[in-house]
Design a protein around this ligand. Structure first.
Ligand code: URA
Length: 434
């Protein structure tokens, strides 16, 4: 097969066959197709897109480029959730133990943060000793015995995606719906799950800046799921301001533990209950959604979900006593408060800029190779819709190094808009697709 012909065919808007796409993915994974040819192909896809037939074949080839986990011997519904990423999005840390407490199995392979968005693995690693690098065998054992495993992408699962994503990152081909959808779905379906719930975020802090693009991405992933006989549902949720109150790894773990105790912020609790309800529903375990949410709230308040979190922390080498005493988590040396520079109502919080401000403090990575400081971050003392008096705290900044402090304060002042008139806060759940 002459790969240059496949590039030309796609460049001219033609449809590649299942065999051609499989051959291309396999040859790229083994190194037979060099980066320069795959770069050209990806750029052709960026401009000419893929038909739904092509997309299923491409995703299936990526999914089978490595090990596909077989969890069929594990009893119960195996359901995962994937979020397209945002600022302050610590939902997975609460959702996974809660879903397990409610009777599901959650095999969760997560990613790291990049740019303004955070990553589940970085948050988990702020728990002293927590090891996200578990073998596939150990991961399966954790799902079997404890109901969940929380690990990072291994070289064995969907290796084609790992290589392709790195290449897309440096060839300006990340922002392409078929490529995003196939990347996410190949990894998730390789986990051996029965169904997947997507949290597709939209707004200033999200990948998708407008709701039409968010819906298109969600529908594309649902379509891939259908082609592979795997139920996929999506919630489109607001990411026009940070989720919850904290941004930064250790701070987000503390907020997650509070939420697991039933004492978390309203938006974070609401979105988690919605997503777990969806997971239970797709597994056929819901007759009345409101009743299910009340039961889930009870599993938070009675300590059941927190108990599951303690067990998985311990099983993955972490210090589970952080759940009872969050002061054992990394803490920044200094804090300073950004006060309201005028009175009024918080009209807007530019989530992306807030995420970048947290990154500047060291909570996130500019490039994949950067190291992060687990202790630093931001606490939003006021959120959209809140009334503030001049001098009232708006953000508490947790920092270890004051070199970027002035810049961070300036970024936050520009990101937060205080207006005279109150504003309506849009709903958190904007749409539901299946
Ligand atoms: N997240 C992924 O896993 N893949 C993409 O392509 C984009 C975001």
């Amino acid at each position: 097969m002459r790969f240059v012909e496949l590039i030309r065919k796609k460049r001219q808007g033609g449809e590649l066959s299942e065999q051609e796409l499989k051959r291309l993915v396999d040859a790229y994974t083994t190194g037979e197709v060099p980066d320069y040819q795959m770069s050209a192909f990806l750029m052709a896809v960026y401009f000419k897109s893929m038909t739904s037939k092509e997309l299923s074949a491409w995703t299936e080839a990526m999914l089978h480029s490595g090990q596909v986990l077989d969890l069929s011997s594990i009893a119960g519904a195996k359901i995962d959730k994937h979020s397209t990423g945002g600022v302050g999005d610590k939902v997975s840390l609460i959702l996974a133990p809660l879903a397990v407490a409610a009777g599901l199995k959650v095999p969760m392979i997560s990613g790291r943060g990049l740019g303004h968005t955070g990553g589940t693995l970085d948050k988990l690693e702020s728990i002293p000793g927590f090891n996200v690098n578990q073998s596939v065998e150990r991961f399966i054992d954790l799902v079997d015995t404890l109901g969940l495993g929380l690990i990072g992408q291994t070289g064995e699962v969907a290796p084609a995606d790992k290589k392709l994503y790195a290449l897309r990152d440096v060839t300006a081909t990340v922002e392409c719906i078929p490529l995003i959808a196939s990347s996410i779905m190949s990894k998730k379906l390789a986990e051996g799950i029965d169904a997947l719930i997507l949290d597709v975020k939209v707004g200033s802090g999200a990948f998708m800046k407008n709701i039409d693009r968010a819906r298109e991405l969600a529908q594309t992933m649902i379509g891939i799921g259908k082609a592979m006989n795997r139920p996929v549902r999506a919630l489109i949720t607001d990411m026009d301001q940070p989720l919850g109150r904290t941004i930064g790894n250790s701070l987000e773990v503390i907020e997650s533990i509070e939420t697991l105790r039933g004492e978390g912020p309203e938006d974070l609790t609401e979105i988690t209950l919605e997503l777990v309800t969806e997971m239970l529903d797709v597994a056929g375990n819901v007759t009345d959604r409101d009743q299910t949410k009340r039961r889930l709230l009870e599993l938070l308040r009675d300590g059941s979900a927190l108990g599951v979190f303690e067990k998985i922390i311990e099983a993955q080498g972490g210090d589970a006593s952080v759940c009872a005493d969050t002061s054992k988590l990394p803490t920044a040396k200094h804090t300073t408060v950004l006060e309201a520079w005028e009175g009024g109502h918080i009209n807007r919080i530019q989530a992306e800029s807030v995420g970048i401000a947290a990154m500047e403090l060291g909570a996130g990575r500019r490039r994949k190779e950067d190291t992060i400081d687990p202790a630093v971050g931001l606490v939003m003392e006021a959120k959209r819709g809140d009334k503030v008096e001049p001098g009232q705290p708006v953000v508490t900044i947790h920092y270890n190094d004051d070199r970027e402090l002035d810049k961070v304060k300036q970024m936050l002042r520009e990101a937060i808009v205080i207006g005279e008139a109150p504003t309506d806060v849009p709903p958190l759940i904007l749409d539901r697709l299946s």
